[in-house]
Design a protein around this ligand. Sequence first.
Ligand code: SAH
Length: 447
Amino acid sequence: MRQCLTSPDGGYYTSRTNGHDQFGQKGDFVTSPEISQIFGELVGVWVVAEWMAQGKIGSGVQIMEVGPGRGTLMDDMLRTIRNFKSMAASIEAIYMIETSTSLREAQKKLLCGDALMEEIDIGFQSTCKYLDQTKIIWCEDIRFLPKDGTKSPFIIAHEFFDALPIHIFQSVAPTPNNMPIMTPTGPIARPRDSKPNLWRELLVSPTPPPSSTTSTPPSAPPLEFQLSLSTAPTPHSTYLPLTSPRYAALSATPNSVIEISPESLSYASDFAIRIGGSTKTPETHKPTPSGAALILDYGPSSTIPTNSLRGIRAHKPVSPFSHPGAVDLSADVDFLALAESAIAASPGVEVHGPVEQAFWLSAMGIRERAEMLLNKAKREMVAQHQENMEAEDSVAMKLKRIESGWKRLVDRGPTGMGRIYKAMAILPHVPGKEGRRPVGFGGDVTL
Ligand code: SAH
């Protein structure tokens, strides 16, 4: 998954220099910010509301986005935030965590226009066109960004975690205690009192050549790769499924399949340490936790994802093992695992949600905002009517787009995005304010 998506040599996100776009009607998939500007605007409003609830932090505010795609979400967010002057003035810098060069360039064009882009030690930087002289800094991995307990980061992750690699494990019936453990350098004896490992990893392996005894040729050419169950423990199967009691509960049911994304867990704990601090290293100690992370993605609310690795090409589901590097790969996000990882990493955070995207967007006022945009477009239509029919047609199209866009985002039916997508927030834990719920998660705006 890692190689197929982000290898500098042929990766899906990293090697699209031939003009093929991943996003939009002509690309492979459409994301919420690309469907409606309201999505990014409401994410911006959420950030402003959190900033206010935390006492209108005066300086050291960082806006961060991981996996910003074409930059549309950040663009809509910043256009919104700029209307709140004192929040805009508190922003020290904007950080974009992006591994793809071509997407970084697209984001820069959208957010900075013709401003100069210069190389710096952790990546690249330019100046934001919305906020006076505010720097936008790009780097490939959040680990390159120093953690500084004096800053207040507001971190957005939309459809980012689903692109991070997973490991898949299957529980198998226990083997006799005296079976040796297989290692890359050969078998080693099992310690006498060790429990048999009940998890085996599903690995990507080449499809074996068709057997010569098959009389009828297969109708489709065989896929080059397939998943196969490892016959012995792997380095990952010896520890990853043991990291949470949620997995242990399933290990006694043979053939249970679970997916774990260690990279996602490190991102969640990184967010938590930036917000809540950590007592483990002095530079990450944070006497007053601050900032927030908003994670929007698809996956189950509380169960462990299973059999969710999927391939998408030109808006159609395809085998994740076909055309490596040309197919988008993703897997369901394990929200509870992210929450567990965040809470374990920092004593200074709490987690809210996940809630369904339909709930979050409705609570954030999607209907009201759509009505405002529709009324504006209708006024334009009346004005255009006096001028020419062609312009009137284009306004009619715009009206349709606004209407179908926002409805798709909150549609809770099987083809809509309202139920499958979820929102979850990592917030600073402030003693004495335990009961506070953030906006969109059941709470009101607090000033
Ligand atoms: N948030 C955007 C794009 C989602 S696609 C939207 O909603 O439209 C996933 C994004 O994550 C792309 O920008 C991709 O290049 C980036 N990405 C994927 N894997 C990454 C990784 N390991 N590190 C940093 N960025 C990554």
